[in-house]
Design a protein around this ligand. Structure first.
Ligand code: GLP
Length: 237
């Protein structure tokens, strides 16, 4: 793993924006894998700003989001569809049919997972997968204990995840219990992975991810196996 040590959130976001923009500008039909959460918010702002001021076009970009809650309407302001539209997509020139986000409202969720895998096979591989890190070591919504060979699937969220994400809802009880997430095997098929981790509350888990033996109890530790991972962090490793 290549570690880029930065001093703060702003520097992490700027460095990440540089790498995303390189991918967008150097590859003819770039495919990005994108996360939600508070970690990438500033990165998305910087991408929007570059699009607006330097006229970098995203019209050939295709995107796959990592995950979505089950049961939230896409226009609910807690859905990841809404988050991505508000923070990124509606500000860019990316065609709507280039954007893939799992449909957490699908009647048949198993079928939705299989369809998502098919889209990734047809359009991918993902050139650059951006990831955040959950406090329990999750990536996407792959909670501790998820098998490394899982592909897109339905998950039950851990209590600690519902708690961490409750800040976006009225209360912890309002956080959906289920989500659809790209699996770990799916994530590992990206050509390059960019893991963004910021803040002292993730220091302990990040050290485990990087230094401890790979284990399904710490989903992100699987990244040790991938040949092209860059971690950008303000944490002393
Ligand atoms: C959420 C998302 C993840 C995200 C993580 C960290 O539950 N499903 O994709 O990376 O938790 O969130 P944050 O960036 O807000 O700390």
């Amino acid at each position: 793993m290549k570690i880029i040590k930065v001093n703060n959130y702003e520097q992490m976001s700027q460095k990440a924006a540089e790498i995303v923009l390189e991918t967008v500008q150097e590859i003819a039909q770039p495919v990005l894998g994108l996360p939600t959460g508070s970690t990438p918010e500033r990165l998305y702002e910087l991408l929007v700003r570059t699009h607006q001021t330097e006229h970098v076009s995203f019209k050939n970009v295709r995107t796959f989001n990592l995950d979505e809650y089950v049961g939230l309407p896409v226009d609910s302001d807690q859905s990841y569809h809404y988050f991505m539209n508000e923070h990124l997509f509606r500000h860019l020139d990316i065609p709507e049919n280039h954007i893939y986000i799992p449909n957490g409202q699908a009647e048949n969720l198993e079928q939705e997972c299989a369809a998502y895998e098919t889209y990734i096979k047809q359009v991918g591989p993902v050139d650059l997968q951006v990831l955040g890190l959950g406090v329990n070591g999750h990536i996407g919504f792959n909670e501790p204990g998820t098998r490394f060979n899982e592909r897109t699937h339905i998950v039950e969220l851990e209590d600690s995840t519902s708690e961490a994400n409750a800040r976006f809802f009225k209360s912890k009880e309002d956080v959906p219990k289920l989500a659809v997430t790209m699996g770990i095997e799916t994530i590992l098929e990206a050509k390059r992975i960019l893991l963004l981790v910021q803040g002292e509350k993730k220091a302990e888990i990040l050290r485990k991810v990087i230094h401890e033996e790979m284990t399904e109890d710490i989903p992100a530790s699987v990244l040790q196996r991938h040949a092209n991972v860059t971690v950008i962090t303000d944490i002393e490793i």
